[in-house]
Design a protein around this ligand. Structure first.
Ligand SMILES: [Zn+2]
Length: 294
């Protein structure tokens, strides 16, 4: 069975997996992110290739905006020097293998669409609710990259005109209302106190407190879910996808809010769509990077 290398480049670590066509991980290696990223990345990839000489391709998922055609990161400020590096041609020359580069959220979506919760569906949107709000669109098994490599920026759909100013500089972006960061704000605004600590609740405990019928927690939760439902409805109206996959850190508490979200989404849908929980956690980026070259 064909084997490839999937590489997920994060701000602090790089995770590399030797993955077969079926998505099985044969080796899982994590190294710290070192700057400058190139040629460090090349050295790490060559090390894995020496150990697994039968890999047939290298897929890379990275932070930032990526031009997938040229295999270059076009916008990334957290990893100095990485922006503008033509990683695809450099790595192809160094390894003699096919190399593909894409954004990490797109890779996570590809993993879910090909071998995860979206398997068997043809139009899959993956929504990642972590610290921020991200996403990726995979149609007929292919990542939708967009003209500038910027597709899938669900977090910057404007939800409230003249609303809270986003990190992107514009007011009212969805990320300000549906994300781990937004939960922190909602907890403050609704003054959700965790009775076991006597302090403001943490985002991961908010939903449990709401399930325990604590009024302030319910208010915060319901504001969050109402906004989340609007985002899902908007995406579905425009894209008519057949599956929405929800993942990311906030989705770890989904047992506490999943049914309520579906209840809020239902009256807002124009066409039917399956809404499913992500199959993968942190490994999604690495698996999806591998799927770029399977
Ligand atoms: Zn924004």
């Amino acid at each position: 069975m064909k084997k490839v290398l999937g590489v997920d480049i994060g701000g602090t670590k790089i995770r590399m997996g030797v993955v077969n066509e079926a998505g099985e991980v044969l080796a899982d290696i994590t190294v710290p992110t070192e700057l400058p990223l190139y040629p460090y990345l090349e050295e790490q990839v060559l090390k894995v290739k020496a150990e697994f000489p039968d890999i047939t391709g290298v897929g890379i998922g990275t932070r930032g905006i990526v031009d997938a055609d040229t295999g270059t990161v076009t916008f990334e400020k957290e990893l100095p020097g990485w922006e503008g590096t033509p990683a695809k041609p450099l790595l192809e020359a160094a390894t003699g293998l096919r190399v593909e580069l894409n954004n990490d959220a797109n890779c996570a979506a590809l993993a879910e669409a090909r071998i995860g919760a979206g398997q068997g569906f043809s139009r899959v949107v993956c929504i990642t609710v972590g610290t921020g709000l991200g996403g990726g669109f995979v149609f007929d098994g292919q990542v939708m990259n967009g003209a500038n490599g910027g597709s899938g920026e669900i977090g910057h759909l404007i939800l409230y005109p003249n609303g809270l100013v986003c990190g992107c500089g514009r007011p009212g972006c969805s990320e300000q209302y549906v994300s781990g960061t937004a939960l922190k704000r909602l907890i403050k605004e609704e003054d959700v106190v965790d009775p076991t600590t006597g302090e403001l609740a943490k985002p991961h405990t908010l939903f449990k407190l709401a399930s325990q019928n604590i009024e302030s927690a319910k208010l915060a939760r319901d504001r969050f879910l109402a906004d989340f439902a609007i985002i899902i409805s908007t995406l579905q109206a425009v894209l008519d996808m057949d599956c929405i996959v929800i993942g990311g850190g906030v989705s770890e508490s989904a047992d506490e809010w999943w049914d309520l979200l579906l209840e809020k989404v239902k009256p807002l849908l124009i066409k039917p769509v399956e809404i499913k929980r992500a199959a993968f956690g942190n490994e999604a980026g690495m698996l999806g990077a591998a799927m770029l070259v399977v």
